[in-house]
Design a protein. Structure first.
Length: 261
């Protein structure tokens, strides 16, 4: 039997993906649907989420949900919709994040922008994952959660509201993995590099700092996301951070060596 052919159990597995209207969240949600996983695509933008559902290989497995996840009431409404439509939620992907604006440096970022960044990335991620975990624990079922963090959880981005939210999220992954492991609920981080996916307006010249020679695309993240989410492929993986960056994080003040030929 092939080890890789059936990473999910469509009869049992169901997913909630936040930020599924665009970029990396959309790519992961569509990939899950492609594997036969019933998936709620959650986003604040109705237009984006409808377009994503239309693009799904099997739209009957993709349920749109529109709401602002900076409010915990909205998070509860999302879970209510997911449970009513699909029953137990077994897989959770947290990709939603407010837009990043270069003008929001340390001397400029306002309180609302700061709070919204933390509310969506951290508060919603914690609340949604805990509520899903409580249900799984009560039903004695395994689960798998994936948080989109960033290389800027560990290095500055000139956007302190963003880097601090991602740093906190990276620690949240470890806290949850340690606490939920005994219930067979795995929690991991996916760490994108420079992905031209909507949330990051990339300067193409950045490619020269990337060992694999190009910026990333949202679809570069989906296969790794599925591998980590799959209880079959990653049953013994929790509390880990998977960097998908074409080698960008290897860049430092030393240029790569000059090579002959
Ligand atoms: N693109 C990159 O280079 C990159 C690098 C590192 C980390 N990341 C992380 O990966 C994730 C996805 O990035 P992306 O570039 O695909 O982002 P994106 O901006 O393309 O997509 C984010 C989605 O989240 C939604 N969203 C924003 N605020 C919301 C809210 N309050 N409630 C519900 N939905 C909301 C947006 O509408 C959007 O569709 C983010 O968490 C981001 O921080 C991205």
């Amino acid at each position: 039997m092939s080890l890789l052919s059936t990473p999910f159990d469509p009869a049992r597995d169901t997913a909630v993906v936040t930020g599924a209207g665009n970029g990396i969240g959309r790519a992961i949600a569509l990939a899950l649907v492609g594997e036969g996983v019933r998936t709620v695509l959650a986003d604040v933008s109705e237009e984006r989420v409808s377009a994503a559902v239309k693009a799904a290989a099997r739209p009957e497995l993709a349920l749109p949900w529109v709401g602002d996840l900076s409010s915990l009431e909205s998070c509860d409404a999302l879970l209510g919709t997911a449970v009513a439509a699909f029953g137990q939620v077994t897989h959770f992907v947290h990709s939603a994040s407010p837009p990043r604006r270069e003008a929001d440096h340390a001397l400029a970022v306002d309180r609302t922008t700061w709070q919204e960044m933390h509310a969506v990335n951290l508060d919603a991620g914690f609340h949604l994952s805990r509520e899903i975990a409580k249900r799984l624990i009560a039903a004695k079922q395994p689960g798998s959660f994936l948080f989109l963090t960033s290389l800027h959880a560990g290095t500055p981005r000139n956007l302190p509201h963003y880097s601090t939210a991602k740093a906190a999220m990276a620690m949240l992954v470890k806290e949850l993995a340690k606490t939920y492991g005994r219930y067979n609920i795995r929690v991991n981080a996916l760490v994108p590099g420079a992905i031209a996916a909507g949330g990051f307006i990339a300067d193409p010249s950045l490619a020269r700092h990337i060992p694999l020679g190009r910026l990333g695309e949202a679809d570069d993240l989906a296969p790794m996301a599925l591998a980590v989410l799959s209880n079959k492929l990653s049953a013994y993986v929790t509390g880990a951070a998977f960097v998908v960056d074409g080698g960008l994080s290897l860049t430092n003040w030393f240029e790569p060596p000059e090579l002959e030929g």
